[in-house]
Design a binder for this molecule. Structure first.
Ligand code: KG4
Ligand code: ZN
Length: 342
């Protein structure tokens, strides 16, 4: 079964074609970074309009890349939430309309399920059950995953997401949008232990996170410090070390509490080199395994949506003709693949 995936939940237009027999056939990505850079963050209305401009040309490019024609597509998967409502509506309208026109089934994909399943696109995919650490710009969650649609939320951020904390701290340091990767790059020049940031909520039991205090701590540290390049890098390093340490501590706890030894890490922050290195070292230490998507599939992309949608479509799930989006959509509400228009 060949599935066209459409991702338009935020500031990336991602299109891909996944074949349940032959794997990923095409993958196209357009980032709106330049469009939003002047504003220091994503402007929702501009994002929607740009998705309108880019989605169809990228679908054509993906078909060309896979050397396929439209009549060789067996189903369509689009991100229906969570995300920016206008941006979601673009992908949902185009996906649903093409499915009607091409007379193939369509399925509404949860963006975080897409992230969670992205490591399945790699040569060595994880087996169920596992613990997933989802770290994106909007979510920080620890989830027990027993199969597709079998998700138990173990903990989540009570305020800012890890990616959001990276972005806000980067802004405080005067780094351009998108700040997270820039802050991570600056941290690579920083020296360890020049500044000590707290590891929030690690001194009490539980698997929830809180990252908004780190941003305030960073603001106070920046205000009191010199403004030379090395000091800025040292502060970036201290901030990153605090986020990474906190995430590693909570992953360790989640694995211990559930007795599992398999960890999946996905979402934009899973591209962070230090987080990857620390979690690899930790997994080796406990005789466990850790799985990441390749860096380009850590951040938003169409491949993860095509993959997640293909699993649901192949199991017979599909949506009816209505175009529905779910800007707020708790992951735990997902069920195992089923048809909801019967
Ligand atoms: O998954 P994603 O592309 O979009 C959402 O679903 O939110 O994640 C984007 C987030 C942003 O906050 C970005 O700053 C962060 O991921 N990010 C990083 C890195 N690359 C992306 N944070 C830290 N280190 C990175 N290398
Ligand atoms: Zn995302």
């Amino acid at each position: 079964m060949r599935v066209l995936g459409i991702e338009t939940s935020c500031d990336e237009t991602g299109i891909a074609i996944f074949d349940t027999e032959h794997g990923l056939l095409a993958h196209q990505l357009y980032s709106q970074v330049k469009l939003h850079a002047d504003y220091g963050g994503v402007v929702p209305e501009l994002a929607s309009r740009d998705h309108v401009r880019k989605t169809l040309p990228l679908i054509q490019a993906a078909l060309k890349q896979a050397n396929l024609t439209a009549d060789q597509i067996d189903g369509i998967a689009y991100t229906a939430g969570p995300g920016l409502v206008g941006a979601l509506l673009v992908g949902a309208c185009i996906g649903r309309s093409l499915a009607l026109g091409w007379q193939v089934p369509a399925v509404a994909v949860h963006h975080m399920e897409g992230h969670l399943l992205a490591p399945m696109l790699e040569d060595k995919p994880p087996a169920f059950p596992f613990i997933a650490l989802l770290v994106s710009g909007g979510h920080t969650q620890l989830v027990r995953v027993d199969g597709i649609g079998q998700y138990q939320l173990l903990g989540e951020s009570v305020d800012d997401a890890a990616g959001e904390a990276f972005d806000k701290t980067a802004k405080l340091m005067g780094l351009d949008y998108p700040g997270g990767p820039r802050l991570a790059a600056l941290a690579e020049q920083g020296r360890a232990d020049c500044y000590k940031f707290p590891r929030p909520m690690t001194d009490r039991p539980g698997l929830d996170f809180s990252f908004s205090g780190l941003k305030t701590f960073a603001a106070n540290t920046i205000a009191a410090a010199d403004d030379d390049a090395q000091t800025r890098a040292d502060i970036a390093r201290a901030f990153q070390d605090a986020v990474v340490d906190t995430l590693v501590i909570k992953c360790r706890r989640a694995l211990k509490e559930t007795g599992l030894k398999r960890l999946v890490v996905a979402g934009g922050v899973s591209a962070n080199k230090e987080l990857r290195a620390q979690l690899h070292a930790f997994a080796e230490k406990i005789g466990g395994e850790v799985f990441f998507p390749r860096p380009e599939f850590c951040t938003d992309n169409g491949a993860m949506i095509a993959y997640a949608g293909a699993q649901r479509l192949a199991a017979g799930e599909q949506v009816d003709e209505r175009v529905k989006t779910y800007p707020r959509w708790p992951l735990e509400q997902l069920k195992e693949p089923v048809s909801d228009c019967a």
